[in-house]
Write a protein that binds this ligand. Structure first.
Ligand SMILES: Cc1ncc(COP(=O)(O)O)c(C=O)c1O
Length: 466
C-alpha cells in the first residue's frame, strides 16, 4: 500500500522534499510583499478619507503581514515533511548539563549555562536575599527611582574584570548594543562590523543612521583596506567584533584588530556575550586571553544572560563614555533600572566565576574533548575554536531540523540553526558546552550524533517518514 504521506500529489518523497526546499529558498529570497498588499489608485491612499472596500485589508490585519505569511509557509512545509517543531520546548527544572522536558531527562546542549552558575546555590540565594531586601523591581528608570547598592556593586565588579574605569548595566543585552551604537553614532559616522556580528549590533547601527559596512569574518586585513579607503570620509568610526562568535564558536585575533583600529583612529567595540566566563584563565574574556592592555578596547560590551546566569547587558570603558550613556542613552534613561534580584544573581555568579577558575578550566577541558571526538568522527565543526560553542554543520535546514529531532528522541536536547539565521548550506546544530557536562555525556552524544547523521544521509526518505 502506498503511504500517502510519502507520495503526496503523486510525487515521490524525495521529489517532494526537493520541491519544498526550493520553495523555502525562493520565498526567503523574495522581497517582502504581502499576499494582498496592494492599494489601488484612488482607493483612499491619498488621505482623502476612509478606504473604499478592501483596499487597506493588507495593512490593518496582523495575519496579512508578509512575515506572518512566510512563517506559516515554513510551518506548513515542515509539517508536510513530518518535521516536529524543535523550538520553544518546555523545561520543567533548571537547565544545566541535563534538563527535564515532558517528564523525561535529556542531556542538554541548548543553554548558555557555560559555568553551570544558573541553579548554583550561591547565585539563587543572592537573588532571594535581594528580593527580601529590595523587592522584585527597581520600579522606574534609575535617574528617577534612584540606584540600589547591588546595581552599583555589579557595575564596579564588571568594570574591574575588564580593567575599565567604569561600567553601566542595562536591562537587556540586545538593547545594550542597540542603544549604545544607536546613540553614540550618527549620519556622519561609519560603523564597521564583522560579517557575522550579532543582530543587536546591526540593529544599533541601523538606528544610528551611520553608514554601515560589514567586513569578511575575522579578516583584519580586509578591515584595514576598508579603513584606508573610507576613513577620511567620516567623522567617528567604530569597529564592532565579538569575543567569541555565537554561531561558529571562533574568535578574532584581537591584537591585530587593535593595531588596525589604532592606526586609523577608530574606536573598537568588543561584544563579550559568549567569551565572558569562557576565554582567559579566570574567564575574564578575550582581553585576558590575549593579555592585551584593556584600554586598547574602547567599548567593552557584555551580557549577563550567559555565563552570569541572569539577564541584562553592560558597557564598560572610560568614565566619559559611561557617564554619557548613563545620562543620555535612551535604552538606559527611558527604561527601568535592573531589577535587584537580577543584579544580585549576576554579581554572585561573577564572584563564583572569579574565585573558582577551575570551572573555566573544566569547561575548556570538556569542550576540547567534544571538539576532538567530533573531529575524529568526521563531523564538520566549521571554524570552532573548541570552546563554549561547537557547531555541527550539516548543510541543509531540513537535515538540521531532522537531526535535532532524532537526537531528541534519543535523549539529547540541541537546537538546529537554520536559514536565514545562517546560510542554507551552513545550517547546523549548535552545541553549547557546560563545565558540568561529563566526559561520558560528551562521548555518548558525539557517537549518537555521528550515528544519526549517517542514518539521515543514507536514507533521507525513510528517516522523514519515521
Ligand atoms: C553576541 C551577542 N550579543 C548580544 C546578545 C544579546 O544578549 P541578551 O540575550 O542577553 O539580550 C546576544 C544574545 O545571544 C549575543 O549572542
Amino acid at each position: 500500500m502506498t503511504d500517502s504521506r510519502n507520495r503526496l500529489f503523486g510525487m515521490s518523497a524525495k521529489a517532494k522534499e526537493h520541491l519544498v526546499k526550493r520553495m523555502l529558498e525562493r520565498r526567503a529570497k523574495r522581497p517582502q510583499q504581502g499576499p494582498t498588499a496592494r492599494v489601488s489608485a484612488g482607493s483612499g491612499g491619498s488621505g482623502a478619507g476612509p478606504a473604499q472596500g478592501d483596499a487597506y485589508d493588507a495593512f490593518f490585519r496582523f495575519d496579512q503581514l508578509p512575515g506572518y505569511h512566510e512563517l506559516h509557509v515554513q510551518k506548513a512545509a515542515a509539517a508536510r515533511l513530518g518535521i516536529a517543531n524543535p523550538y520553544f520546548r518546555l523545561h520543567e527544572r533548571v537547565a544545566r548539563d541535563t534538563t527535564v522536558i515532558g517528564n523525561r531527562e535529556y542531556v542538554n546542549f541548548a543553554s548558555y549555562n557555560y559555568l553551570d552558575l544558573c541553579g548554583h546555590e550561591a547565585v539563587s540565594s543572592a537573588a532571594k536575599e535581594a528580593i527580601d531586601r529590595f523587592g522584585t523591581s527597581a520600579s522606574a528608570s534609575r535617574p528617577v527611582s534612584g540606584d540600589r547598592p547591588i546595581q552599583r556593586e555589579l557595575e564596579q565588579a564588571l568594570a574591574a574584570i575588564h580593567g575599565a574605569e567604569d561600567c553601566v548595566a542595562f536591562v537587556s543585552g540586545w538593547a545594550t548594543n542597540v542603544t549604545t551604537l544607536g546613540h553614540l553614532f550618527g549620519p556622519k559616522d561609519l560603523i564597521l562590523h564583522d560579517a557575522l556580528i550579532h543582530n543587536s549590533a546591526t540593529q544599533g547601527a541601523l538606528l544610528s543612521g551611520a553608514r554601515r559596512l560589514p567586513f569578511p569574518h575575522n579578516d583584519w586585513e580586509a578591515l584595514d583596506a576598508i579603513l584606508r579607503r573610507e576613513r577620511s570620509r567620516h567623522e567617528r568610526v567604530v569597529v564592532v567584533i565579538e569575543g567569541i562568535y555565537s554561531m561558529d564558536g571562533d574568535f578574532p585575533d584581537l591584537p591585530r584588530f587593535i593595531e588596525v583600529k589604532r592606526r586609523h583612529k577608530a574606536f573598537l567595540m568588543v561584544d563579550e556575550a559568549h567569551s565572558l566566563g569562557v576565554l582567559g584563565e579566570h574567564g575574564f574574556g578575550i582581553g585576558e586571553h590575549f593579555g592585551i592592555d584593556p584600554h586598547d578596547v574602547d567599548i567593552w560590551m557584555g551580557t549577563l544572560s550567559k555565563t552570569l546566569a541572569s539577564c541584562g547587558g553592560y558597557i564598560a570603558g572610560e568614565g566619559a563614555l559611561v557617564e554619557y550613556l548613563k545620562f543620555t542613552a535612551p535604552g538606559f534613561l527611558y527604561s527601568v533600572g535592573m531589577a535587584p534580584p537580577v543584579a544580585a544573581a549576576a554579581l554572585a555568579a561573577l564572584n563564583v566565576m572569579a574565585s573558582e577558575p577551575e570551572r573555566v578550566a573544566r569547561l575548556h577541558e570538556r569542550s576540547t574533548l567534544f571538539y576532538a571526538l567530533a573531529s575524529e568522527a568526521g563531523l564538520n565543526t566549521g571554524h570552532s575554536a573548541g570552546y563554549s560553542v561547537i557547531p555541527v554543520i550539516v548543510g541543509s535546514s531540513i537535515k538540521a531540523a531532522r537531526l535535532s529531532n532524532a537526537l531528541f528522541e534519543r535523549g539529547i536536547n540541541v537546537q538546529p540553526i537554520i536559514y536565514p539565521a545562517v546560510e542554507e548550506r551552513a545550517a547546523r546544530l549548535r552545541f553549547f558546552m557546560s563545565c558540568a557536562h561529563t566526559p561520558e555525556q560528551i562521548r555518548s552524544t558525539v557517537s549518537v550524533v555521528a550515528e544519526e547523521l549517517a542514518r539521515l544521509e543514507r536514507k533521507p526518505s525513510r528517516a522523514r517518514a519515521g
